[in-house]
Design a protein around this ligand. Structure first.
Ligand SMILES: C[S@@+](CC[C@H](N)C(=O)[O-])C[C@H]1O[C@@H](n2cnc3c(N)ncnc32)[C@H](O)[C@@H]1O
Length: 206
């Protein structure tokens, strides 16, 4: 069971957003993309029992950690983690059928992966979500070309030093690539530590 300090800090504020954004009275299917250690999915699943959670990861060591969390908490509403590369078309996402998911959750991946992952995330979410389904992303973002405060500017710089393909993405840019997949930015919520939650709704393109 790997432990990420950031996940420990942000799991409760993100859960609060989910609790006010999803229907807690209906049986729902959720897919988490880039589940990391497994801390988030097991935390969310304990409170949102009406949702069946499908964790996924690209990194094999993280997949083992998610399984360790699953074994520890024994939650009936968390499925075995699947290997999922967000940059690939949804047909390679472990057999998830189109229009079968009510909620896609993606935390702290968009800025720490190449743009192909972000593009794949929106394309894939647009395909696997049911009509009116929700994609929630969490992380630090640029707003109208500006990054603030200085700590996020420094963070963006350090990410780009580590990998030129990484870095904070602009919310309006994300909104425009989301729309190509039928996902519309519905809400931007400020979160602790200069992060945000973005809520995208799948709507009909016509
Ligand atoms: C900063 S970690 C965040 C993990 C977790 N969501 C959290 O908040 O603790 C970034 C994650 O993105 C994942 N990732 C990197 N490339 C990916 C890809 N192509 N598809 C899916 N996930 C990817 C990494 O394996 C890593 O778990």
């Amino acid at each position: 069971m790997l432990n990420a300090a950031a996940a420990e800090r942000n799991k409760e504020p993100i859960l609060a957003v989910l609790q006010e954004s999803v229907n807690t009275g209906r049986h729902l299917q959720a897919l988490e993309i880039s589940s990391g250690t497994g801390q988030h999915v097991t935390h969310f699943a304990q409170s949102l029992r009406n949702i069946v959670w499908q964790p996924s990861e690209f990194d094999r060591q993280s997949l083992a950690s998610i399984e360790a969390y699953r074994a520890h908490y024994q939650l009936p509403n968390v499925r075995p983690a699947i290997h999922l590369d967000a940059s690939l078309p949804y047909q390679y996402w472990g057999g998830i059928p189109p229009e079968s998911i009510d909620l896609v959750v993606n935390i702290n991946m968009i800025h720490i992966s190449p743009m192909a992952c972000t593009e794949g995330l929106f394309k894939g979410a647009g395909a696997v979500l049911k009509p009116q389904g929700l994609l929630m992303t969490y992380g630090p973002y640029a707003v109208n070309g500006q990054i603030a405060p200085q700590s996020n500017i420094d963070f963006d710089y350090s990410l780009r030093q580590r990998n030129p393909e990484w870095g904070l993405r602009d919310i309006s840019f994300l909104g425009s690539i989301a729309e190509k997949s039928g996902l519309f930015l519905e809400k931007v919520m400020d979160m602790p530590a200069n992060n945000k939650c973005l809520l995208f709704r799948k709507e009909s393109l016509v």
